[in-house]
Design a protein around this ligand. Structure first.
Ligand SMILES: [Zn+2]
Ligand SMILES: [Zn+2]
Length: 359
């Protein structure tokens, strides 16, 4: 009998020995097929390795081609936003803070995006989408219904980093399956223990990571999804009539976020294949990316800020789908009036009932 040092018993960790065609554990008396142990040992070695994230080297390109549309740089005195835009834009309220009008300055160059999803919802349609949305808001202050105010919304191309990659992953799990049965004397419970190995590839396309610190992440995530099939090669002409923000979240920071998204989504996809087991405990996982592509993209968002009782309420409208995101305040005065009115009617009804009871 030879001891195979490299194969340890998956149940108790004791060295396994050859016994006939199989490997046997003298310590816990379990037997394993040689082929299974070989596969498992290879899989465990893969799953135990370090994850590799291989993204292409991205060189930011400066925007030189301004022939198609004349650009200007705009800045906001109140919040410090620096935005590029069509230089024919009239006075525009800062889309990020809504506090002051952005001031036009010299075009100073910016980074050239790779892709852009052009605005599909124009200002008129965006205003209509907002008006349809606030119809559901109870006791809405009148400020939010002012056409003049709503018209202040600005179309902004918001920077996003987009990631594509193929992901290979190995994940191992410890799992259990429990069976119960009984005879006339006893109840039996049998627990089978499994070592699961999952290996496979998952392809990802267009994972978006917000490239702007000024644009609130929760808003940007809420305003998704965008239909990335409409993304086209960037051309300055699309900026005509709109503002375009420059990314201020570095590629390195965004890559960290993209790595997390890819890793978590891959492991989630693998977890979904373990439903046949009662208890599943992930043990080791390794993911490696290949063909990682990075693109700098602009996505269309209408932004509107409305001030009410010293607080700024921010709204974002998806410039492709018209989806409205934002919270409406309640006008306490209107609410009170409404309840007084209801209370008044109730009082009147009670009075009428009392009247009929008296006579
Ligand atoms: Zn054993
Ligand atoms: Zn501002």
């Amino acid at each position: 009998m030879d001891t195979i040092n490299s194969y340890k018993c998956p149940c108790c960790g004791a060295p396994l020995v050859f016994l006939g065609e199989e490997l046997h554990c003298d310590s816990c008396d379990n037997t394993f097929p040689v082929e299974t142990m070989k596969e498992m040992s290879e899989g465990m070695a893969e799953a135990g390795g370090a994850s590799k994230y291989d993204w292409e080297n991205y060189e930011p390109r400066s925007y030189e081609d301004t022939s198609d549309v004349n650009l200007a740089n705009y800045s906001c005195k109140a919040c410090g936003a620096e935005i590029t835009g069509d230089d024919t834009l009239g006075s525009t309220v800062c889309p990020y803070c809504g506090q002051s009008t952005i001031v036009k300055g010299q075009f100073e160059g910016t980074l050239r995006p790779d892709y852009i999803i052009p605005f599909k919802v124009d200002k008129k349609a965006a205003m209509a989408a907002f008006e349809a949305d606030f119809k559901n808001a109870p006791f809405l202050p009148d400020e939010f219904k002012s056409k003049k105010k709503i018209e202040e919304m600005a179309g902004v191309y918001v920077p996003f980093w987009m990631f594509d990659c193929d992901c290979d992953a190995y994940v191992t799990y410890n799992a259990e399956r429990v069976t119960h049965w009984s005879d006339s004397n006893y109840n039996y419970t049998k627990t089978d223990h499994f070592k699961l190995l999952r290996a496979g590839s998952v392809g990802f396309a267009n994972i978006p990571v917000d490239g702007s610190k000024k644009a609130d992440d929760s808003y940007m995530e809420a305003v998704e999804p965008f239909n990335y099939e409409d993304a086209v090669d960037f051309n300055g002409a699309y900026l005509s009539g709109y503002l375009a923000d420059k990314y201020d979240v570095s590629l390195d920071e965004s890559i960290k976020r993209a790595n997390e998204i890819v890793k978590n989504s891959t492991i989630k996809a693998f977890d979904d294949t373990t439903d046949n087991y009662i208890a599943v405990y992930p043990e080791q996982s390794r993911v490696s990316f290949s063909n990682g592509k990075v693109r700098y993209s602009l996505l269309p968002v209408w932004m509107l800020n409305i001030k009410y009782l010293d607080k700024m309420y921010k709204f974002a409208i998806n410039g492709q789908t018209g989806k409205v995101v934002g919270e409406y305040p309640v006008d306490e005065g209107k609410k009170k009036k409404y309840f007084w009115k209801i209370a008044g009617i109730a009082y009147l009804v009670a009075a009428v009932v009392a009247y009929f009871m008296l006579f």
